[in-house]
Design a protein around this ligand. Structure first.
Ligand code: SF4
Length: 314
């Protein structure tokens, strides 16, 4: 069989996010990242303190422009930046920092309300955790999805509870599975985040993470390297006790193998992340995102492989 992803616009061998967006909305769609100033249950003492060991004090929202401004100001200024490049593009309001469903339904509905009536917004994306989605919250978000598409971005990072515990994640894989099951009965779209190169995980473990998640009723996945930031628990411990990190070639090798075990219908939202120059320890190659993505394409051609290929032969 030949590559089943011969998209003329990007010539990738996997189901790209850009292809999904172009096909669905018939327009350029970009994300506008926002910080709604929530916290996380593993920061405020509910199930831990200090947050995930790799996470900065900005709760994964380090790169958001104007992150301390009110939400409407953040949105307008970030939208302007994106519209400078794509004046007629549509937006996804991306609540990126912290856990955006860690509050009451009233709080979340007040946060979302202004964004439900903006014409340029085609979807809303909420970064959150599996342990912060009550039935009531899911029911509310499902209701809202009649107005705008709603993506629930679940940070999982690993399916291995021991490693999740060592990262102070504060919830386990079973909790994640139960939440995915509840979400799958709604119109909400599920995107799962996985992180490669976590301390203690082998290449095979990383591939298994992708395989296991790919068997679930999810719509999309984001994969990226672990970023070790200086001013984090993990960063401080890494400087005392370094552990092996994937280099660029290893990372590409793992990602291609992960794509091979992901079913073809799963959208690949990202295969690289945004590091923090000056804040990050090592792995400088990660800043060259275009090179990494091109090298993933080249490796797929060299291996004559594509997303889901291994599943076809099982
Ligand atoms: S749940 Fe997300 S935002 Fe919260 S500490 Fe962990 S990685 Fe950071």
């Amino acid at each position: 069989m030949n590559n089943p992803f011969p998209y003329s616009e990007d010539n990738k061998r996997y189901y790209t996010w850009s292809h999904y967006l172009k096909t669905k909305y018939k327009n350029k769609v970009f994300k506008v990242a926002l910080n709604a100033n929530f916290t996380c249950p593993n920061r405020d003492g509910t199930c831990g303190v200090g947050g995930c060991t790799f996470c900065s004090s900005y709760g994964s929202g380090d790169t958001i422009e104007d992150k301390f401004e009110p939400l409407d100001v953040q949105y307008e200024s970030n939208l302007k930046i994106m519209q400078h490049k794509w004046p007629k593009g549509n937006a996804i309001a991306y609540f990126q920092a912290y856990t955006n469903t860690y509050g009451s339904v009233k709080q979340v509905s007040e946060m979302l309300k202004p964004f439900l009536f903006k014409d340029e917004i085609v979807a809303i994306s909420l970064a959150t955790r599996a342990d912060c989605l009550s039935d009531e919250m899911i029911e509310y978000l499902d209701f809202v999805s009649r107005k705008k598409d709603i993506w629930i971005e679940l940070g999982l990072q690993t399916t291995n509870d021991k490693i999740a515990k060592s990262l102070n994640r504060g919830h386990d894989y079973q909790c994640f599975l139960e939440t995915v099951e509840r979400l799958s009965k709604t119109n909400l779209k599920i995107c799962v985040h996985l992180m490669n190169s976590l301390p203690g995980e082998s290449k095979e473990d990383m591939i298994q993470n992708a395989y296991k998640v790919g068997q679930l009723p999810i719509h999309a996945i984001k994969i990226h390297m672990l970023y070790i930031l200086k001013d984090t628990v993990l960063g401080k411990s890494y400087l005392q006790h370094p552990f092996p990190m994937l280099d660029k070639d290893d990372y590409i090798d793992v990602v291609v193998s992960q794509l091979e075990v992901l079913p073809k219908h799963i959208i690949i939202q990202r295969l690289t992340g945004d590091g923090m120059r000056g804040e990050q320890i090592g792995s400088e190659w990660m800043f060259k995102k275009t090179i990494v993505l091109n090298d993933i394409d080249k490796a797929m051609v060299a291996r004559n492989t594509w997303q889901g290929k291994v599943l076809e032969t099982k």
